[in-house]
Ligand binder design. Structure first.
Ligand code: HH2
Length: 273
């Protein structure tokens, strides 16, 4: 388990992470994959389309959401992760028992939107398993995070946070070369904050770890099209943001529309080579 190659070796730049939300209420695909079969079929389709890994989540973190118990989260994701046996899987959770079960079923990454602040047991699980880890920035918590988020300098503050969480993870026994960092698009940020984070992504690269960016279908993409109340963005807008993030250094792009992203990023990489 613990002799995994460094994350930058396992995930070439750019790599696509396909999202499967096994939830009734996720903002873009809520309810679609609550049944086992469609979720597993969609995930295999994403892998066929070129996804490097599938991120399976059982708890929505959309603005205003309340969270679910570990039992409920596990009941949602366990059959899907089991059904993907042998496929590259990441588990989108902040709960140690959920992560542990997914790892037992073959998951290779824990994607924690709380950056190891949600469950004091999670760091130990990740360290013991020697799995990959994504640490994401969030200001506040999902229930309230979009109520007037404020920063003096959003990029500097996100950078400081990620640096501190990376140091914490390492102090808990997590191997630094297995960690990637994520600015947390939409997690306690205005539209302007989200775009500034991508514009200045190079400043986060200075932390020395690969960056994961998840802009796919997020409301800021709908809002810049002129709808101030948009709750989601289109696939085309998502692709535009992903290519821009890749151009500025992102390694992993977390997306819902895998084929479109793989094609666009393949073209973008050909240009940059
Ligand atoms: N965004 C969401 C969930 N998990 N994980 C990382 N590392 N980065 C992200 O940007 C990120 C994430 C929210 O998007 P989605 O999964 O589509 O919706 P929901 O949280 O409502 O299930």
């Amino acid at each position: 388990m613990s002799n995994r190659p460094p994350l930058e070796q396992r995930f070439a730049r750019p790599s696509v992470m396909g999202v499967i939300n096994v939830t009734p209420d996720s903002f873009s695909d809520g309810g679609v994959f609550l049944r086992l079969e469609p979720a597993v079929t969609e995930a295999w389709g994403m892998l066929d389309a070129g996804a490097a890994i599938i991120d399976v989540g059982g708890e929505s973190t959309r603005p205003g959401s309340q969270g679910v118990s570990a039992e409920e989260e596990l009941a949602r994701i366990e059959p899907v992760v089991a059904g993907l046996n042998g496929a590259p899987v990441s588990v989108d959770t902040s709960k140690a028992p959920v992560a542990l079960r997914a790892l037992e079923l073959g998951a290779e990454m824990v994607n924690d939107v709380t950056a190891l602040r949600g469950d004091p047991e999670l760091a130990g699980v990740v360290a013991d398993w020697g799995c990959y880890l994504c640490l994401m920035h969030m200001l506040g918590e999902p229930r309230t995070m979009q109520e007037n988020p404020r920063y003096d300098d959003v990029v500097a503050e996100v950078k400081r946070f990620l640096e501190e969480r990376l140091a914490f993870a390492v102090s808990e026994g997590v191997r630094e070369e297995l960690v990637c960092l994520d600015p947390g698009i939409g997690f306690g940020k205005t539209v302007e904050h989200n775009f500034e984070l991508v514009r200045r992504l190079g400043e986060l690269s200075a932390l020395g770890r690969p960056l994961l960016v998840g802009f796919s279908r997020k409301s800021s993409l709908g809002r810049i099209m002129g709808d101030p109340d948009a709750r989601t963005g289109t696939a085309a807008a998502s692709v535009g943001a992903a290519v821009a993030a890749y151009d500025r250094g992102a390694t992993i792009l977390r997306v819902h529309d895998v084929r479109e992203h793989v094609e666009a990023l393949t073209a973008a990489r050909a240009v940059s080579e």
